[in-house]
Design a protein around this ligand. Structure first.
Ligand SMILES: [Zn+2]
Length: 46
């Protein structure tokens, strides 16, 4: 299942979930970015 996240340059990047927590180079801005863990920032406070 692919992970989709947004780079700081505004580009949406889709990668296989094996890249979660790893570093990739953005194809748009060439920056090295960390692939975020899905849902980490959307935790419900219950
Ligand atoms: Zn970028």
């Amino acid at each position: 299942m692919p992970v989709i996240f947004k780079c700081s340059c505004g580009e949406y990047i889709s990668v296989p979930n094996k890249y979660i927590g790893k570093k990739l180079q953005c194809p748009q801005c060439q920056n090295i970015i960390n692939v975020p863990v899905p849902g980490e920032e959307e935790k419900k406070t219950e």
